[in-house]
Design a protein around this ligand. Structure first.
Ligand code: UDX
Length: 450
């Protein structure tokens, strides 16, 4: 291993959302272990905790937000505003950083594909720019196809065509296309087009994925896309990492799991952004109550429309489930998934959660909520076949059926065996001779010669 910092300095700029900050910091740790010096440029909003990363330099820049304002924004509005507000502060930050440079040479910038403004600034400083795409390669391919899907009339989605296959993007159906129900669809399309363009104009696109998982999507993107792509994941498997959690996890999750039987628990969490309607929340609660399995349920404050936290739970629910259920505001998810008591993960299929579940060998109950999660859920259920989808509305009866199928049936056992196979493939990809191991070496050469 090279001396720490001896290979030059890398600048990282994450989008300030949990699902983006986590893989960016994990990637920074991977490069640190390979001898690079690490500087994290970040917004004040959702700032990472520097004390968890004593070897990194953290440079906060102004984002023009107050906490109150951001809580009222959709993630798409937030990303669009950051792309305007951060342009000048980022320029100033690079001016200071690069002009005062003497001891350590800055090799390149690695920014999130959603932060479009970083391209113009990096170009003005002639600083090579690689990008991190925090979701899967198959999702990226679907994003890149959005103009074509609009041209062919698949988008905007029509309710009468939901079940139709999309032959241009197998195995997706119209209902699996990566869109979101927002008032201004044009703004969403522009953000995604910008993301694809950021990737196209970069020196290389880094993915938190591995070839054995996304073989055909990787091959297709390599053929269709002019820019080199580097699937070097799963990042969190490289080494036990410092916590990149923006929220303090509730450790009672683990002491409660310690009391449960092996593979008996359903872990329920819908990531850091997704929210459900009150009637959906009630169906989830009754589904969990009626399925008779123990459950660990993450309910973030504000994740039920119109409620602060648990007020919408049916009266008497907590007494009825008693010790069989444990509810927390935020869990130490990697530890939870690695716990022997966990038998299934009921997830929204955010990319990080999906990858973490696969690497822990835990089968999934899929409940995608928006954008990339629809694509990911389709891959989970129909390509990798490591989960079952909650389809056609969220009803307590269907929930119980799906849980039983996964937890109590032979079909569930087959699904479990397949996910354990992928877990092993993920480990192999990181070892000497594995695909991610080799791709990381290529990426390092590419960065070092940029
Ligand atoms: C979002 C998108 O949904 C996702 O698809 C995209 O790729 C990144 O941005 P999010 O919805 O938060 O992210 O989901 P996910 O990608 O699964 O990331 C959530 C992260 O938070 C995971 O790393 C998970 O381990 C962590 N987490 C979640 C916790 O540590 N504790 C919890 O209780 C819940």
């Amino acid at each position: 291993m090279a001396d720490k910092g001896g290979r030059g300095r890398l600048l990282f700029f994450p989008l300030p959302l949990q699902g983006h900050v986590t893989p960016m910091l994990q990637l920074a740790e991977i490069f640190y272990s390979k001898g690079f010096s690490i500087t994290i440029i970040h917004t004040r909003y959702n700032s990472p905790n520097p004390s968890s990363y004593p070897n990194f330099t953290f440079l906060p820049i102004s984002d023009g937000f107050s906490e109150k304002k951001t809580s009222e924004l959709s993630i798409f509005a937030l990303a669009s505003i950051l792309n305007v507000n951060c342009l000048d502060p980022f320029k100033d930050c690079l001016t200071d950083l690069l002009s005062g440079e003497s001891k350590v040479h800055t090799t390149c910038l690695i920014s999130d594909t959603v932060l479009h403004f970083t391209r113009e600034v990096a170009e003005s400083f002639k600083l090579p720019r690689f990008v991190l795409r925090t979701s899967g390669v198959g999702v990226f391919r679907a994003f890149a196809a959005i103009p074509l899907l609009r041209e062919k009339g698949y988008l905007p989605i029509q309710a009468s065509r939901l079940e139709e296959p999309v032959p241009e993007l197998p195995p997706l159906r119209v209902k699996d296309l990566p869109v979101i129900n927002v008032p201004n669809a044009e703004m969403f399309y522009q953000l995604i087009a910008g993301l694809v363009n950021e990737a196209r104009t970069s020196s290389g696109v880094i993915f938190n994925s591995f070839e054995e998982l996304e073989q055909s999507a990787v091959a297709a993107v390599r053929q269709e896309f002019p820019t080199p792509i580097f699937p070097v994941g799963p990042f969190h498997q490289y080494f036990p990492s410092a916590s990149s959690s923006l929220v303090q996890p509730d450790e009672t999750s683990i002491s409660w799991l310690d009391k449960q039987a092996p593979k008996s628990v359903i872990y329920v969490s819908f990531g850091s952004i997704a929210a459900v309607k009150e009637n959906e929340f009630l169906e989830i609660a009754w589904g969990l109550a009626n399925c008779k399995h123990p459950f660990l349920w993450v309910i973030r404050p504000g994740s039920i429309h119109g409620s602060q936290w648990l007020e919408s739970l049916p009266s008497g629910f907590l007494d009825m489930v008693g010790e069989r259920g444990h509810i927390v505001k935020w869990a130490p998810q990697l530890e939870v998934l690695a716990h022997p008591a966990v038998g299934a993960f009921w997830t929204h299929n955010g990319w990080n959660s999906t990858l973490e579940s696969i690497c822990a060998g835990v089968p999934m109950i899929c409940m995608p909520c928006f954008t990339d999660q629809f694509v990911i859920a389709r891959y989970v259920t129909h390509v990798w076949k490591v989960g079952v989808q909650l389809d056609n509305g969220l009803e307590r009866k269907t929930i119980v059926e799906v849980i039983r199928k996964l937890m109590d049936n032979e079909e569930g056992e087959e699904i479990r065996n397949r996910v354990v196979d992928f877990k092993e493939k993920a480990n192999v990809s990181l070892r000497h001779g594995g695909s991610s191991h080799g791709t990381l070496e290529n990426l390092i050469s590419c960065i070092s010669s940029s």
